[in-house]
Design a protein around this ligand. Structure first.
Ligand code: ZN
Length: 559
């Protein structure tokens, strides 16, 4: 409703303020949802990530002129482009953003969205927020913001790795004097490949800015409690699922439609996270992840996890050097939890040296340790008025050990042939999970020819990754090509699926059967696996199943 028709009806100047006030009030009121005569807005779904691929989750719900985003993730590898921001998602039309969990493929493009000018609310659970506060700033140096202007000091020219600063930041003349600055244009995500890195003060400044924005825009939601969004036009409920700490599905009610975005559905294998719910409320539209498209063949994950601790115990006490490539978020901490259990059960000595080679993994270990301490206090306190962590963890979390006595939060050796400093008998938890980057890749270069080293892979290994090439067959290959270098494989290679974090199809059916979804959009899976899984859910859940394509619009309501 505009104000112009009011002007035409003006009975006299003295009524103007009152009428204007009324008009403003009416403009603020939400439309009467479902009231007779009130036209409901058409509802459309489209997405720019997670359609026919397992990364980059970005789902858009269009309600008339308003847009709601569910997850804003980054693509991995060649799965899609993280820049520019998709053209058909007008940033000023976005009314709210919902984040299911803290994995980068679900929130990694949030800094870009903020950069593009989004100032509205970002809904997430408390635990997701606390994890994001650690991981998001850490990823800023690699995030894709398109071409930006950088400068470095001409005194650093020719060095193998050159610290750079972003144009527009004043780091005082003494850091790099204006007359010494050499400017160039590049994409932030390319810096490292080109021999540059963001200087520490620059990284700190960016991190500080991002944290300030998050603090202003993030709205913490309690699990299970419906929250009104956009003056009640929409209602959102976060439903925890045991994928990683804080992870939740998001249920939205809009007009009289119910939509459920599953995010990543937990496998339920972590002893630290509560079991999956069996959802009861009916769902019109289910946006369901299909990462784990086949039945889990590895059976009882719980038993496998205990076996993992025992195996590592045997190897380390026999003097083997044990390298565990692991994802920085959650996997490294889960591994540490199992090593802590192995210490408790006597499979490892209390002072077993465990090095963790990743600054972010170390910060997250401290955060998990803090979660454990806070949960302990919460469970033992006389008043349970504000149970902020209990809904996210089992009581086991309260007794978990993430910083055992032999823990060392860095990897650096004196000897030139052992830069990571991992000695025989020591355990190293190393980024990255498939050994393509960082310390784990370094470890392959340094230790793969050493028969007294064991590489213990603890998660899914993409076929073309270094980990994938080592673990694909019954036996590892005789030689591994690592970039331009080659190594003979003399070390032992092991692989466990014990830390699987996605529900398989049978578990998924148990969780969602009672919601009797009218229509399922199968997302977060490879297109070629879609057909078979769609057929299965059509049969088992009796729903219409669609595998959506990126960018394509799917009307959810009749015109
Ligand atoms: Zn995830």
């Amino acid at each position: 409703m505009g104000i112009s028709w009011l002007m035409a009806l003006l009975p006299g100047r003295r009524f103007l303020p009152a009428l204007l006030g009324l008009a403003l009030l009416l403009a603020w009121l939400p439309p009467a949802v479902g009231a007779a005569g009130e036209a409901k807005q058409p509802l459309v779904y489209f997405g720019h990530g997670g359609q026919g691929t397992v990364s980059g989750s970005l789902h858009v719900l269009e309600h008339g002129p308003d847009l709601y985003l569910i997850d804003v993730g980054t693509f991995f590898g060649g799965a899609g482009a993280n820049y520019p921001w998709p053209e058909d998602i007008a940033v000023d039309a976005i009314r709210a953003v919902f984040i299911t969990h803290a994995h980068a493929d679900h929130l990694g493009r949030l800094p870009l969205l903020l950069h593009e000018g989004y100032r509205g609310p970002i809904y997430m659970t408390r635990v997701t927020y606390e994890i994001a506060e650690v991981t998001m700033p850490a990823n800023l140096g690699f995030a894709d913001f398109g071409p930006e202007r950088f400068y470095y000091s001409r005194h650093n020219a020719g060095r193998s790795r050159i610290p750079v600063y972003l144009e527009g930041y004043d780091f005082a003349a003494q850091t790099v004097r204006p007359e010494n600055r050499v400017y160039f244009t590049a994409s932030r995500s390319r810096l490292s490949a080109d021999g540059y890195y963001l200087a520490r003060p620059q990284r700190q400044k960016l991190a500080q800015e991002l944290r300030r924005r998050l603090a202003r825009q993030v709205v913490i939601v309690d699990p299970g409690k419906p929250v009104p969004v956009e003056q009640g036009r929409l209602q959102a409920t976060f439903l925890p699922t045991p994928h990683i700490p804080g992870s939740a599905m998001v249920r939205l009610l809009v007009d009289d439609h119910s939509l459920l975005f599953s995010g990543d559905v937990g496998a339920g294998s972590s002893p630290l996270l509560p079991a999956n719910p069996r959802l009861k409320n009916g769902v019109d539209f289910l946006f369901l992840e299909g990462t784990m498209a086949y039945a889990r063949r590895d059976g009882d994950l719980g038993r496998q996890r205990s076996r993992f601790g025992r195996n590592i115990g045997k190897l380390a006490t026999a003097g083997k050097r044990v390298v565990i490539p692991a994802f920085v978020l959650d996997r490294s901490q889960q591994v540490m939890f199992e090593l802590g259990r192995a210490i408790d059960e006597g499979y490892l000595p209390a002072d077993q040296v465990i090095r963790v080679c990743s600054p972010t993994a170390n910060q997250l270990l401290e955060l998990y340790d803090d979660f454990a301490g806070r949960l302990r206090r919460e469970l033992t306190a006389a008043n349970h008025e504000k149970p902020s962590l209990s809904p996210f963890f089992t009581p086991k979390m309260a007794g978990a050990e993430f910083l055992p006595p032999g823990y060392i939060g860095e990897c650096a050796g004196e000897a030139p042939d052992n830069p990571l400093g991992l000695e025989p008998g020591e355990i190293g938890i190393m980024a990255s999970g498939m050994a393509d980057f960082s310390a784990a890749r370094r470890a392959l270069l340094d230790y793969l020819e050493d028969p007294d080293t064991v590489f213990y892979f603890v998660g899914y290994q993409a076929p073309d990754s270094l980990g994938g090439r080592l673990t694909a067959g019954e036996e590892p290959p005789a030689v591994l090509k690592i970039g331009d270098e080659r190594r003979r494989v003399r070390a032992t290679v092991k692989h466990t699926g014990a830390f699987g974090s996605h529900a398989d199809p049978a578990a998924t059916e148990r969780i969602f059967a009672a919601t009797e979804p009218g229509k399922i959009f199968l997302v977060h899976l490879e297109q070629k696996r879609g057909k078979q899984l769609a057929e299965r859910y059509r049969r088992q859940l009796g729903s219409e199943v669609v595998v959506p394509r990126p960018g394509r619009r799917y009307p959810l309501t009749e015109d």
